[in-house]
Design a binder for this molecule. Structure first.
Ligand code: SAH
Ligand code: SF4
Ligand code: F3S
Length: 437
């Protein structure tokens, strides 16, 4: 296909954007576009954006600035903005950035091929009545042994700091039959690990053959697919961890022993101001129940420091909660005021104070992450090889506990599930060798 048109996609933000970028690439693939990694040779550039923090959404404008010379040299180059900034700012992007040809939101990107063909500049940030997944081409392309699968989208929780309910819309779950078909299809094409995605994935309640199904039921059914070795899901809200889902962690062998369960803060006062609708103690008791079902599970979380009104004492309570839980990993962020959210009206914490808290919190998390990794040294774990490493004869993959593992294995192939003895721990990964059977 020497004359195939070329599409360059840059993906910002969360894993759901990674999934959406794949689906958009497939939609444009049906129009004759092939992906390129060289932006200079692209006929179309698509920026799939994130609005979660100010820094994330500013990246769009600096990247667009960098595309100006390219567009000036080749006026027929199409530039599109997709994702959550597209949803939040729509028309304003078109007004501010004359080089942008089209803006498409996360719920209407099945219309991307039509928008790309339309003359002039266009904006589509509707929440259309039809389901985009019904209008996207079947999934064909396949790269590695792992895949994402969006099962639920949007959020009705309205945490006071968060833009997601506005950019992704109300909570919607995809029907069980569609998800089973998509998962079976992925497995038939070589995938052996599927990560189920949703902004509130454990609030899943998709239509099943006999009424709505919970996430636990969906997972138990997916586990019946021959060849699907691993199932993960992200991101969960503490209030939606029901008993069956907790039990599944002890019963479904394919369900991996790692759970991302954001708590955001350890102060009840701040949790209330955030509209999280649970206390620190309720979170701790939930963790106990999850660990009773699956004692070796690794937990991770998200934290926000410097939320409006956060005092030193509130912050100390967050550190106390972290010490009480013992996390395997965590993402932490300095609060960023987002237009249109309730917290944006409130008085911010001093920036330097927030920076200092972030450093303290990250130091504690790093300590816990190292400890969780050190526990693995000397043990045998299962690793799914995802790619070759930088060194000759080296493979890189993930353990059941989602640790990145570098393995000295000259006969290893991408997609192999291998028993590995862990011999060392580096800041963000483990190293190992195939275990001798
Ligand atoms: N649905 C998930 C997370 C969505 S966003 C949940 O319920 O936890 C991912 C993370 O970004 C959040 O967990 C939060 O820690 C962080 N985040 C969201 N809005 C933010 C803001 N305004 N400032 C700083 N961090 C924010
Ligand atoms: Fe945002 Fe809260 Fe919804 Fe998570 S649960 S997406 S943090 S509003
Ligand atoms: Fe960002 Fe939208 Fe995901 S705001 S984190 S890309 S849901």
């Amino acid at each position: 296909m020497a004359d195939a048109k070329k599409l360059f996609i840059k993906t910002y933000g969360c894993q759901m954007n990674v999934y959406d970028s794949e689906r958009m690439a497939e939609a444009m693939g049906a129009e004759g576009y092939v992906l390129t990694e060289a932006v200079e040779e692209a006929d179309m550039v698509l920026l799939n954006t994130c609005h979660i923090r100010e820094k994330a959404s500013e990246k769009l404008y600096s990247d667009l600035g960098r595309l100006k010379p390219l567009k000036a040299a080749r006026p027929d180059l199409k530039i599109g903005v997709a994702g959550c900034v597209a949803q939040a700012e729509g028309e304003e992007i078109i007004r501010r950035m004359p080089l942008v040809d089209l803006v498409v939101g996360p719920q209407s990107y099945h219309r991307l091929p039509a928008l790309a063909k339309a003359p002039g500049r266009s904006v589509d940030t509707e929440f259309p009545p039809e389901d985009k997944f019904d209008h996207l081409p079947e999934r064909k392309a396949l790269r590695g042994p792992t895949a994402f699968l969006t099962v639920q989208e949007g959020c009705d929780k309205f945490c006071a700091f968060c833009v997601v309910p506005y950019t992704r819309g109300a909570e919607v779950s995809r029907p069980v039959s569609r998800l089973m078909a998509e998962a079976e299809d992925l497995v038939a094409r070589g995938v052996c690990e599927i990560t189920l995605l949703g902004q509130n994935v454990n609030a899943y309640h998709g239509e099943g053959p006999d009424g709505p199904w919970s996430l636990a039921r969906l997972i138990r059914n997916l586990a019946r697919i021959e060849g699907l070795a691993r199932i993960r899901y992200t991101t969960s809200h503490p209030n939606d961890m029901d008993e069956d889902l907790i039990a599944a962690h002890g019963e479904v062998t394919q369900l991996m022993p790692y759970l991302h369960l954001p708590v955001q803060s350890g102060s009840d006062r701040i949790l209330k101001a955030m509209n999280r609708k649970h206390t620190a103690d309720q979170y701790l008791r939930l963790v106990e129940r999850i660990r009773a079902a699956r004692p070796d599970i690794l937990l991770s979380s998200d934290f926000i420091v410097g939320f409006p009104g956060e005092t030193d004492q509130d912050f100390r309570q967050t550190l106390d909660l972290i010490r009480a839980v013992g996390f395997g990993a965590a993402f932490s962020f300095k609060y960023s005021s987002r237009p249109g959210t309730p917290a944006a009206e409130r008085h911010p914490v001093d920036g330097d104070v927030a920076d200092e808290r972030l450093q303290l919190l990250q130091a504690l998390i790093t300590e816990q992450q190292r400890a969780a990794q050190m526990v693995m040294v000397g043990k045998e774990v299962t690793v799914l090889y995802e790619k070759s490493g930088r060194l000759p004869g080296q493979m890189v993959g993930k353990s059941d506990h989602l640790h990145a593992v570098h393995v000295r294995d000259s006969s290893g192939q991408v997609g192999d599930l291998v028993r590995v003895r862990i011999v060392g721990s580096a800041p963000n990964s483990l190293s190992g060798e195939p275990a001798i059977p």
